[in-house]
Design a binder for this molecule. Structure first.
Ligand SMILES: [Zn+2]
Length: 406
């Protein structure tokens, strides 16, 4: 079962509990609470819930269906049953069940909202985007603090690449959450950056630059916004401002600094200050000794100026931190060729590479463990923002030490 499906079941359970409570109050007010008690007395209700907890969906459906045969107006069970049909891929059946519940004359507004939320999930699952949007909007109209409905709205807008609409929804979620917390700021930053990229594609550099600045103001860790803002400034002839923007990325988000290195190298070259690139790289390596990307960039810079020995030394220093980096090996061979395959250097290179072990995909989503060979800003599996980190590479020596409990 996928994470999304599991989430759906948990939400179904949660909704069941919430609706169950509301329903219990309703029954009490009506003086018919004995019905509710009878429901608890049927073994099928508890059995069904237990199956749910154990992830036995088919059996849960069976037990809960039996429970409803003795207690047909149990709203919460019908809602869960509908959700389970969706879960099993029977979206049509789920829609029928949930739409049927909406026809009940005694439904209170909050119960109405809960059933609509289930129906919205059915529509989204079945790919009926417009209906899903309408339904979730109706939910938040009835229940303005329904965070889960807002989250679904945001994801639907993101799927449609309607970034500005998605951002408006996320602002509402931020309000529900009681103001700026880091996670909300981060999502808002990335959404504003997407708004800017769309503007950039349509050729409106000025409006795009404004969106990128806004993204950075919202969350200073929105790395792609610095890259894009610098690009927009460079295209409009503001070389110094572009450099300033990329340098700000390096200072503010040092773990993403390498993304700006190519741009900065080119810009320093163009403004006649190539030494600034060397100084910047050396500073970055000092700050983070594991930084193989900056060593590679600096090595290329030296190589292009004919300083092959220096280039080679940097590559040897980079290798232990990423022994499987093909680009490092390619650059190393280029340097060796440029140095006439000096036997001592080849020996040194061979000794270092011998310790290389198994291959790991370098980027991993900290939220759902999805692996990617490139850096992604939004995870294709769990759709969270900025969750990718570089997986730590280890050499044979590190692994052996770890196994020995070192
Ligand atoms: Zn993920």
């Amino acid at each position: 079962m996928s994470d999304y499906a599991l989430l759906a079941v948990l939400v179904a359970l949660l909704l069941g509990l919430v609706a169950g409570k509301a329903w219990e109050r309703y029954k009490l007010r009506d003086g018919r609470w004995i019905d509710r008690r009878r429901l608890r007395e049927t073994p099928h209700y508890m059995l069904g819930l237990n199956c749910l907890v154990d992830n036995q969906i088919d059996q849960a459906v069976e037990e809960l269906t039996r429970a409803t045969s003795t207690e047909t107006d149990a709203l919460e069970i019908q809602m869960i049953l509908g959700n389970l049909y969706r879960q099993k891929g029977q979206v049509g059946r789920a829609i029928t069940v949930h739409q049927g519940l909406l026809q009940r004359p005694d439904l209170r507004p909050i119960e109405h909202a809960h059933v609509l939320l289930c129906l919205g999930l059915d529509y989204r699952h079945g790919g009926f985007i417009d209906r899903a949007l309408e339904t979730f909007q109706e939910v938040v109209r009835l229940d303005p603090k329904n965070r889960y409905a807002f989250v679904n709205l945001q994801k639907l807008y993101e799927d449609q690449q309607q970034w500005a609409d998605a951002a408006v929804i996320r602002e509402k979620i931020t309000t529900i959450d009681g103001g700026d917390d880091e996670a909300n700021q981060q999502i808002l930053g990335f959404l504003r950056n997407e708004v800017g990229e769309a503007l950039m594609r349509s050729g409106d550099d000025e409006a795009a630059a404004h969106a990128f600045s806004t993204a950075i103001d919202i969350d200073a860790r929105t790395a792609p916004a610095y890259l894009n803002l610098g690009d927009a400034r460079e295209r409009t002839g503001q070389a110094a401002a572009a450099i300033e923007t990329w340098e700000r990325l390096v200072r503010t988000v040092p773990d993403r600094a390498y993304l700006a290195l190519d741009r900065l190298e080119r810009a320093y070259q163009r403004t006649g200050t190539p030494h600034r690139f060397i100084e910047l790289c050396e500073r970055l390596i000092d700050q983070n000794p594991q930084d193989w990307r900056t060593r590679l960039a600096l090595s290329r810079h030296h190589a292009s100026a004919g300083r092959h020995r220096k280039a080679f030394e940097l590559l040897l220093a980079a290798l232990p931190h990423n022994p499987h980096g093909l680009t490092i090996h390619q650059e190393a061979w280029k340097a060796l060729l440029a140095l006439d395959r000096d036997p001592a250097l080849v020996q040194e290179y061979m000794a270092l590479t011998r310790s290389a072990v198994f291959y790991l995909d370098p980027h991993i989503c900290v939220h759902c463990r999805y692996r990617s060979t490139e850096l992604l800003w939004q995870c294709p599996q769990c759709h969270e923002w900025n969750t990718f980190v570089e997986e730590r590479m280890s050499t044979a020596k590190d692994t052996a030490a770890a196994e020995l409990g070192g």
